[in-house]
Ligand binder design. Structure first.
Ligand code: PMV
Length: 364
């Protein structure tokens, strides 16, 4: 697959105007079936399924210039300020993509990135940032065209994956599936595919209230976490579990069975943390307030019968998921019982989003 992109690569920047600007907005996503463990060039050990968010997005501006003595260099700013560690990651990423986009060596790039969610909100921004950047690069390669078909998004997903595995899913709105599974036609380890057609109308919008328990950067990066899966004692069982859970979740979703969905989604969230706890060395990313939040959600669900469940990322923050029909019942509970558990009462009320948007593409 990657070889196809290398063979269609355009060598020089002759096809581009002297100067131009491309801006993509792309969402963060929350995995319902977690990708945890990778091999080779960022291939997933197991398939994953995620929902793209609406409000939690990155906006990436890519300004390119041809005739300059700064060819092949990049200036990078995050939220208007230079950021050396992000710049290093961007440089490495572009270096990695140079075989696919050889014309980059003829350009000076200025890349500016912004997030709509607060910087230190504990929400991983690598999926939204890397997908927005990959979309910018794929649009740069097709500068004179405006064709945003399946082939375009598939290539953007492939490129995003090389930056951050979960970013491969963010190039799609609503639901995306990443990882080869013989039961899902078109699925691939190379890129994610849209999964929205498999989702019944009632579940096409799910609300996600993100309870910020701790906004500090994660204790371990997801790269380190994936690494720890390589020799994990439970690795084979985890792979079986994820492949089973995918189909359990798809069945539950297609029959709009919220209680079966809850079982699988919560099992995935807690299993992710169980894997971290039982890796060598083991990591405890849950905090007391995370556990209190989970207990409160489960008690509220038992007492009220409301359709609500939680999921977790590789950190202490809790995503509370509920469908439209239970919004009126669940949101007062969140405000009264969960808000006091959040750091500075911070909750981000998000929901399923429509996916990336091209904000601008122009010659200058
Ligand atoms: O894309 P990465 O390398 O940041 O890994 C993401 C891992 C999880 O967020 C924990 C799960 C997932 O599927 O998004």
């Amino acid at each position: 697959m990657g070889t196809k992109y290398i063979s269609e690569a355009i060598a020089g920047a002759g096809f581009l105007p002297e100067k131009g600007k491309i801006v993509w907005e792309s969402p963060s996503n929350i995995a319902l079936i977690k990708y945890w463990g990778k091999y080779g060039q960022q291939y997933p050990e197991n398939p994953s399924l995620s929902m793209s968010l609406k409000k939690s997005v990155s906006i990436v501006e890519l300004i390119f210039q041809k005739n300059t003595n700064k060819k092949g260099t990049v200036d990078f700013k995050f939220e208007g300020k230079e950021n050396q560690s992000f710049k290093k990651r961007v440089d490495n990423y572009l270096q990695q993509l140079s075989g696919y986009f050889p014309f980059l060596k003829d350009l000076h790039l200025e890349i500016n990135s912004y997030n709509t969610f607060p910087h230190s909100s504990g929400i991983a921004s690598s999926a939204s940032f890397m997908s927005a950047l990959a979309l910018c690069l794929c649009s740069l390669e097709k500068f004179s065209q405006n064709i945003f078909d399946n082939t375009f998004y598939q290539k953007a997903s492939f490129m995003a994956r090389l930056g951050s595995g979960s970013a491969s899913r963010s190039v799609y709105g609503e639901y995306a599936f990443w990882g080869k599974n013989s039961g899902i036609s078109g699925s691939s380890d190379e890129y994610a595919v849209s999964f929205t057609n498999h989702i019944p109308e009632k579940l096409q919008t799910i609300y996600d209230a993100i309870i910020i328990i701790n906004s500090a950067p994660k204790k371990i990066s997801s790269s380190q976490g994936h690494q720890l899966m390589q020799n994990h004692f439970y690795k084979e069982n985890r792979l079986q579990q994820a492949n089973t859970n995918i189909f359990r979740l798809i069945d539950a979703i297609s029959s709009n069975n919220w209680s079966s969905m809850t079982e699988v989604i919560e099992n995935e969230a807690l299993s992710l943390h169980a894997l971290m706890l039982s890796s060598c060395p083991g990591y405890i990313l849950l905090q007391q307030q995370t556990i209190d939040t989970i207990d409160a959600i489960r008690k509220f669900r038992d007492d009220s019968g409301a359709q609500v469940c939680f999921t977790l990322d590789a950190g202490p923050n809790v995503h509370v998921l509920y469908p439209e029909e239970d919004k009126k019942q669940v949101e007062p509970f969140i405000d009264q019982k969960l808000k006091p558990l959040a750091e500075n009462n911070h909750i981000i009320y998000d929901k399923t989003g429509d996916g990336p948007v091209l904000r601008e593409k122009e010659k200058r």
